[in-house]
Design a protein around this ligand. Structure first.
Ligand code: AVJ
Length: 331
């Protein structure tokens, strides 16, 4: 089954215009604030997707390998929590992508004869149809409902589609791309849509040796720097702008007190940039804040669960103890 908010035909033309208008508005708004900012959700055009693939393969970027370690080697622990209730369920994944990690869990659940459907949610209908084909070939017995759209809206849809209990997964440390305040609001919004007893599995990157964290976003090959600068290239291409990318530099900071790891672009000169019919002025050394990758302690995770209507059931961690997939139960 394939469900989305937009009709397949109406989407192409209107969807493009709307999203490009929104992109322009958000860029101009962000660059008129102080400090200037751009939203990290815009990193992922086709170039950004490729650079992110390279980041995940970089020796310094440990997050993906840690969570893969959990899904490959702690699969039974994950499945035990999910199956302890005994009843059938729907496994909903927010931002499923190509489900590289989840497939290990899906296969294990099938092998155990669990009665469940997989409901991946993604903004990209394209990636969902690729996933649909891949899983149909790999796991022909798996029941699937692909949900194309915004996470919260599609979670509501998943709730209305079936009365079975829900297990919602939000992996990849993507919660880190929200400030702690926004992350809390998001968890509350997820909770509002769930029923008591439903499970929420969230991937958190842990606070650790500051050097290790900083290096993950400052790889020696400069891939993360290119990833960050690619946002300016994307704006040039899609919004008729003239950023001189050479005149900006990637800067990463990590504050071990708050766990905030932040990416910036620094203007190397006083300069003016044109974006469509607008002009934006940069002072020398002025910064654009582009991304937060928030790190959490175990205590932070406990607090977040309790503050958003959940009870922490179990933490699953990788062999290094650097990353946690945390199971929460809606109370
Ligand atoms: C995809 C949000 C988990 O913040 O670590 C990687 C994105 N940015 N390197 C992260 C990212 C720079 C990544 N997440």
């Amino acid at each position: 089954m394939y469900l989305g908010t937009k009709s397949a035909s109406g989407q192409a033309v209107n969807g493009q215009d709307d999203s490009s208008q929104k992109f322009r508005m958000e860029v101009l708004n962000g660059l008129s604030r102080s400090p200037k900012r751009l939203d990290s959700k815009y990193f992922y055009d086709s170039e950004g997707d490729k650079l992110f693939q390279q980041i995940m393969a970089a020796p310094e970027y440990y997050l993906t390998r840690c969570e893969l370690d959990i899904f490959q080697n702690k699969t039974a622990d994950l499945a035990d929590v999910i199956l302890s209730d005994g009843s059938s369920f729907d496994l909903v994944e927010l931002g499923a992508g190509d489900a590289t990690k989840s497939v290990y869990l899906l296969q294990h659940l099938l092998d155990k004869g669990a009665d469940f459907s997989y409901m991946p949610i993604d903004i990209s209908g394209n990636i969902l149809s690729v996933l649909n084909e891949k899983l149909k070939a790999q796991m022909p017995k798996l029941g699937m409902v692909m949900l194309e759209g915004e996470y919260l809206q599609m979670l509501g849809k998943a709730m209305s589609l079936s009365k079975r209990r829900k297990v919602v997964m939000f992996l990849g440390g993507n919660i880190g791309n929200m400030s702690p305040v926004d992350a809390k609001r998001f968890c509350l919004q997820v909770r509002e849509r769930l029923e008591p007893g439903d499970l929420f599995l969230i991937g958190f990157d842990l606070k650790k040796r500051p050097e290790t964290i900083l290096n993950a976003y400052n790889d020696k090959a400069g891939i993360t720097a290119e990833f960050n600068l690619n946002l300016l290239r994307r704006i040039n291409k899609e919004l008729d702008a003239n950023f001189d990318v050479q005149q900006f530099e990637h800067y990463e900071s990590y504050d071990p007190e708050t766990g905030a790891c932040k990416s910036y672009l620094v203007s190397l000169a006083a300069q003016q940039v044109t974006i469509g019919s607008s002009n934006v002025q940069f002072d020398k050394d002025e910064i654009i804040f582009t991304e937060i990758s928030q790190k959490y302690s175990k205590a932070d995770i406990n607090t977040m669960a309790a503050a958003t209507g959940f009870e922490l059931v179990q933490n699953c961690t990788d062999s290094k103890g650097w990353f946690i997939d945390s199971f929460w139960k809606a109370v």
